[in-house]
Design a protein around this ligand. Structure first.
Ligand code: SKM
Length: 166
C-alpha cells in the first residue's frame, strides 16, 4: 500500500489522527517533527532558536527524501512541510496526500495552550495564526490528493481516510 501522508495547519490533528489511522490499518506511524527532533537530539523550538528557520526547512527536506523511501507508513508532516512543491513531489512519489481541513476556530482552540510552535511565539499570536492560515490554506488544498473534514471527531477522520485507502 502507498504511504499515507497527512498535511494541514498546526493543530489540525495530524499526529493524533495519524496514530489512530496507523492502528486501524496496521501500518507504521511516523511524526516528521518528532523524527527530526530525535535525529537532532533537540526540540524544534531549539533548532529554530539556535539555527534559524532555513536550517529547519533543510532538515525537513532531507526527512521527506528519506521517509519517501520507506513503505507502509502513515506520515504526519509538519505544518509547513507541504508548502514546498519539492517536498510535495517527493512525498507523492510513494504516498497519497490527505489534507486535514480544520476550521480556524478549532485550530485556535487546539493551539490555545501550545507553547511548542516557534512560528507562533510572538506578541501578535492571534494575528499570526490568521495570516498563516489564510496564506497556507489554498496551498494545502492545491497539493492534497484528498481533503478530509477535520472538524469531525478523531475516529471519524481516521475512519474516512482508512475507507479511501482500503
Ligand atoms: O514543523 C513544525 C514547525 O514548528 C514549523 C511548522 C509550520 O511551519 O507550520 C509546524 C510544526 O509542525
Amino acid at each position: 500500500m502507498k504511504n499515507i501522508v497527512l498535511c494541514g495547519f498546526m493543530g489540525c490533528g495530524k499526529s493524533t489522527v495519524g496514530r489512530r489511522l496507523a492502528q486501524i490499518l496496521k501500518m507504521d506511524f511516523i511524526d516528521m517533527d518528532q523524527w527530526i527532533e530525535k535525529r537532532q537530539g533537540r526540540r524544534i523550538s531549539a533548532i529554530f532558536a539556535q539555527e534559524g528557520e532555513a536550517f529547519f526547512r533543510n532538515l525537513e527536506r532531507e526527512a521527506c527524501r528519506q521517509l519517501s523511501g520507506q513503505q507502509g507508513l502513515v506520515l504526519s508532516t509538519g505544518g509547513g512541510t507541504l508548502l514546498s512543491a519539492e517536498n510535495a513531489g517527493v512525498l507523492r512519489r510513494t504516498g497519497t496526500i490527505f489534507l486535514l481541513d480544520a476550521p480556524l476556530a478549532a485550530i485556535r482552540e487546539r493551539l490555545k495552550n501550545d507553547k511548542s510552535r516557534p512560528l507562533l511565539q510572538r506578541p501578535d499570536r492571534d494575528e499570526a495564526i490568521l495570516r498563516l492560515y489564510t496564506e497556507r490554506l489554498p496551498l494545502y488544498r492545491e497539493v492534497a490528493d484528498h481533503i478530509v473534514n477535520a472538524a469531525q471527531p478523531i475516529g471519524a477522520v481516521a475512519g474516512e481516510i482508512a475507507a479511501y485507502c482500503s
